[in-house]
Design a protein around this ligand. Sequence first.
Ligand code: FAD
Length: 283
Amino acid sequence: MKAAALFEKKPVISFEVFPPKPNTPIESIYQTLDSLKDLKPDFISVTYGAGGSQAGASTCEICQTIQSKHNIPAIAHLPCINETKESVLEKLEDFREKGIENILALRGDKSPDKEPKTDFKHASELISFIRQNGSFDIAAACYPEGHPEAPDLDTDIMHLKEKVDAGASHLISQLFYNNHDFYSFCEKLVQKGINVPVEAGIMPVTSKKSIERMVSLCGASIPNRLAKLMARYSGDPASLKAAGLEYAIMQIIELIENGADGIHIYTMNNPDVARYIMEQIKE
Ligand code: FAD
């Protein structure tokens, strides 16, 4: 099923998982999916490590399992920074063979250790290329606080429009912790003529280490209320996790009340966290 059709029903609730890390048994992701399926997300997206070819194969296989075993639509992430046109064509062929119809087209992060390939400079070029080479439904990433490399939010939104004009049918946002950033971002998109559905990316704070790592990677800001919770429970991991989950639930409920097109939950392959959130937001 093409993901765009899911937005006829609002809000779409989706999950993100990642392929097992090299030192984690391959079965772990299948156990995670077995647990996630009962939560009935509208789709599950599977990341692809821009730096590794091994992860790419698993992204495709995991998407196939999500669809054929669990009957849930899957979206395969595809970063292009280390790809050539030939290698993308091979991946598209693999997706077609495995029945995968949805792609999240990305540039991928620049690595200081790896010179990027030159066929695709920006995600918009990948989107055009996929559009020319198949009938995939294409999603793209967006950044409510601006992409860290962009000089300002308006310039980033201008480039986001290029992705939508190239054929992205829906957007999934970077994680954020201040809903007002998301609301004002969505207003700007409408002003700039971007009218495709936008899912809000929510990553629950489950530990001090994980939040610090994510914030340093993506540059998301921490509002006072969350900073205070983190300071209060800094020596008490269990209470910090409980407070972090409550914060995510509060964010999601408010976003839904305010008409968000969808909520994309970064599950971090933790079905218990996803289950707790789903139970609370359905009440
Ligand atoms: P782009 O849209 O190409 O934008 C990157 C930067 O270039 C921005 O600053 C933009 O403003 C600028 N830009 C765009 N077009 C132009 C232009 N024509 N001229 C000048 N500047 C331009 N990474 C992975 O490796 N694997 C994953 O599975 C993955 N999943 C993700 C899922 C989500 C929901 C999100 C939000 C991010 C994900 N990422 C993933 C991270 C993503 O690859 C990085 O954020 C990356 O740095 C940018 O990717 P992009 O597709 O947004 O790039």
